[in-house]
Design a protein around this ligand. Structure first.
Ligand code: 8DG
Ligand code: MG
Ligand code: MG
Length: 140
């Protein structure tokens, strides 16, 4: 898929309160199938980054993000397919007991909590934007 202009994706780092664990899932489908990614999706017309983050997380996991959701970092990804995304990462915390559901099972194999510092080892292969975030200077 080659785009005339880059698209904007939003990825969301959801941390379990009081831990360094965040939510990741293995993607299904043509774009990044089999690769581990954060919940997220396309920024829609007129949306703020935070609105997009909360909407996609609710659609995909059933988790309701609070007012703490905020911009974290951005990366630029040109995929081997030719697709070009600017990915805006947001972060938020949910209570320790919050239980994500796999509400789009045709798009994701399931959600797991993984230590941020272990993502690069535990979650291979990584979706390109997440690999770029982990290689960046950003520290959550
Ligand atoms: P949508 O079209 O319903 O908005 O999105 P979706 O159905 O949730 O699709 P998606 O593949 O999860 O997200 C759309 C695109 O967003 C994806 O193909 C590439 C881009 N994207 C990034 N970074 C990230 C990320 O970290 N996580 C997710 N899930 N998507 C991302 O550029
Ligand atoms: Mg979505
Ligand atoms: Mg998605």
């Amino acid at each position: 898929e080659s785009q005339q202009r880059p698209l904007v994706g939003v990825g969301v780092l959801i941390f379990q309160a009081g831990t360094n664990r965040c939510l990741v899932g293995r993607r299904k489908g043509t774009h990044g199938g089999g690769e581990w990614a954060l919940p997220g999706g396309h920024l829609e017309h007129g949306e703020s980054f935070e609105e997009c983050a909360a909407r996609e997380v609710l659609e995909e996991t059933g988790l309701e993000l609070g007012a703490d959701v905020c911009f974290a970092y951005a990366v630029n990804s040109v995929f081997p397919s030719g697709a070009h995304y600017v990915t805006v990462f947001c972060r938020a915390e949910v209570p320790l007991g919050a239980a994500p559901r796999n509400l789009e099972p045709h798009k994701c194999e399931g959600w797991e909590w993984v230590e941020y510092s272990r993502l690069a080892q535990a979650c291979q292969p990584l979706f390109l934007p997440l690999a770029k975030l982990l290689q960046s200077p950003y520290r959550p």
